[in-house]
Design a protein around this ligand. Structure first.
Ligand code: ZN
Length: 65
């Protein structure tokens, strides 16, 4: 299976063992990609979980005596 990288347009050999939604990186530009369809093979940018939405305001300032 071969497909083109959406980032650098190079041809990538996709191993048959790769399953749908598996992620891999482009050997040329190292962009994280994800197999979104396997017939025909289609890849897209992988979902990267880097939203740092941690708003933990957990300081227990008990200011009463
Ligand atoms: Zn690439």
């Amino acid at each position: 299976m071969r497909t083109q990288c959406p980032e650098c347009d190079s041809w990538i050999n996709v191993p048959r063992s790769l399953e749908l939604w598996d992620t891999f990186s482009c050997p040329r530009c190292h962009t994280e990609l994800q197999l979104i369809d396997d017939n025909p093979v289609e890849v897209d940018y992988a979902d990267t979980d880097d939203d740092d939405d941690f708003d933990f305001d957990d300081d227990d300032d008990d200011d009463y005596y």
